[in-house]
Ligand binder design. Sequence first.
Ligand code: KIV
Ligand code: ZN
Length: 509
Amino acid sequence: MAFYFNESLKGRKIRIFDTTLRDGEQTPGVALTIDEKVCIAEKLDELGVNVIEAGFPNASEGDMAATRTIAGLDLSTADVCGLARVVKEDVDACIECDVDMVHIFVSTSDVQRIHTIKKTREEVSQMAVDAVEQIKDCGVKCMFSAMDATRTELSYLKEIFSRVESVGCDVINVPDTVGVIVPSEMYKLIKGINSAVKIPIDVHCHDDFGLASANSLAACEAGASQVQVTVNGLGERAGNADIAQVVMSLHSMYGARTTIRTERLFETSKLVERYTDVKMPITMPIIGDNAFAHESGIHAHGVIVESETFEPGIMTPEMVGHKRRIVLGKHTGSHAVEQALNVMDIQPNREQLREILSRVKQIADKGKRVTDSDLIAVADTVMGQVSRREQVIALKEVSVMTGNLITPTAAIKAIIDDQEQLAAHTGVGTVDAALKTLESMLGERFKVKIKDFRIEAISGGSDALAEVTIGVEDETGRMITASVAREDIVMASVEAFVVAINHLLSISR
Ligand code: KIV
Ligand code: ZN
């Protein structure tokens, strides 16, 4: 197959420096607890990153405690790093945390130097040199960042990088602090710096123009051997280069080597999404919900026959721990519908299939998401099998209680497999309490897990119609989605769960 593979990094080792816990936590609105930071650090270590920037110890007591705790973890591969300005107290704070590496930074561009730190170039260089010497005297690794390097004259960058190299700095970092460079210029900049220093070059790119990953790759092509990234591209303003995009491009499009276990990228993204509460767009490359989803008839047919027809091929969902999905909608073709039905052991004849397809399109044309339960209901009607589906659960009564003085609690009465049952459960909210009650009622006999849960307000106001979509998975990994729209979110959630369970159990029994 013809493919314009870039040979320039083939076999070369690129180190991955993760700054999710430092620059990533600078994402406006994100604040992580120490426990969450520890969980993320352990996940990053399992993922195989080379360095974890755990925090900026002198910035807050929380950062100090988190950095110290993470530095004390028994991580298997990652070095732990702390951030410091080129001032003694910041470096002292990092050393106190017992980090493996101190990352010092100072503004080098005129605009930042004149307006923020108000120092001359000579003063800035001297402060950088002093900080490197302080760190090296403590026997700790040191990385120096020339903040706003991409708006700093090359001659001054060369000078300051050479000076820190001469006093023992281990790595230099070239930050594109406000994300204003294009890949071809980043290439030239790194080449220029590379001609002046021998120590490894690292890059730190921001995504203001959506070029952070492309600029990081261009820097590697020009000789950088370490890249700073964050999970989900979190970071100041538009964020930093995304770990999944950079690593998968390095692996698949350049043949470079990293220590990342790529099949863990998706789960790592999900963990960080949960803790930071920053939801990824469905179109996010590699880890977004739609990264390997296909709807149009031509594409879905293509990937059902041979996945490489409409996917990169050099990157599969399995390689990143994601899943391929065929989504039913207005562009769906008969192959996708037939495959979805066959997975559920429903075998329509040609004519029935044509009718099912046309009804699926009618649902989608009304702007509605076509869930598995919709598909089953349509197939049942078209194939005349309405009574085939047995109801494992039939709801009788649902009540919930909440308020400022009580823990949200739900009580549900239902017929489960012909037996009336009554159960109650608490939760973080009434929806959670109700779903936990249903899960507890199904107990050991019907082991199911909720894999997907979304609420969308269809209309506005406090009496808005809300559509709840639930994905429920059985022990074999078979998943069914169902959605119900109602004014009451608890009832919509409970009913969607019941519809999904009834359909799931009727096809797997
Ligand atoms: O964007 C930036 O310049 C930084 C530095 C601290 C490296 O985050
Ligand atoms: Zn940054």
